[in-house]
Design a binder for this molecule. Sequence first.
Ligand code: SF4
Ligand code: SF4
Length: 322
Amino acid sequence: MKYLVESFMQLLGRAPTKPEKDDITPAAQEIHFYKRGQKLDMDEVRRLHDEKQGKNKWLKRRWATLLFVNLLFVVSYYFDIQLLEGALTASRFLGFHMADLNSALQVMLAFKTVLINLLIGTVTVFVLWFLVGGRSFCSWVCPYHLLSEWAEKIHLWLAQKKLVKDIPFHRAIRSVFYVIFALLAFATGYTVFEAISPTGIVSRAIIYGPSLALLWVLFLLLFEIFVSRRAWCRYVCPIGITYGVVGLLSPMRVTYVLEDCKHEGDCRKVCLVPHVLDVTIKGRATDTRVPVGADCTRCGMCVDVCPTNSLRYEFSWLEQLK
Ligand code: SF4
Ligand code: SF4
């Protein structure tokens, strides 16, 4: 229960807290005690990195999935086959209604009514994303995520050359935006967020062709390159919060295993939401295995980069069967 509350509060923007001694299991305390005097051996970390097989395995799988899903919309539209019709915000897969949870919420607030088709689509999508990990929608499906990842690579390259500096904001701003977009939909009867959401704009552009709205997406990407790394996803997009809540209890998650971790922090450097990986800081894990928080997008970047395989994908229902 404590884990759920902590995970939810972090999703809303609270900084992770250091656990009290009483919150840490005896087994984890023993490992922390053993590691306390150990110095970080960077040569060993480098050697483990070099030895690691299957570099960027999850990144390749994720990009392939993201492109496949988005191209499925295009193929269905151009060849007029009823495979995956519509766009990411509202679609039909093999005739089943699907509705993006955040868009459905905005529509219901704007029209102040519960539309049955929308409700069916919402429940279907809720169950689907609950099973596959909530925010996995972000990293495995959202086309803006992919553009933003590429922009991030340029940002990091420029930062390394000391040409730009990341300006971070408080993560709680995203919760404030969540409320603002909900209130705007309710008060104006118009889904304001949908008009400016790069997720919908890029999805529609891929399927139906480019529009002027892409200039807004370009502005966001330039902002992320020159001003603030991954700003839209980190500090604005309410979709992340909605799917984060769906993923709070999801069986599909990334799990941290304390024992072999070197605590060198490579995982936190690549993560879109590094606060969920504070558990990897020396002395922070409350157990020998800890699921990372609901804000995790299940992108697998930390799984790819971890030199000791201390971060791994798990489907908790299967783990319980073992
Ligand atoms: S936070 Fe929003 S824009 Fe970012 S990946 Fe998730 S849905 Fe896409
Ligand atoms: S914790 Fe790992 S899987 Fe989750 S968002 Fe961060 S890098 Fe991706």
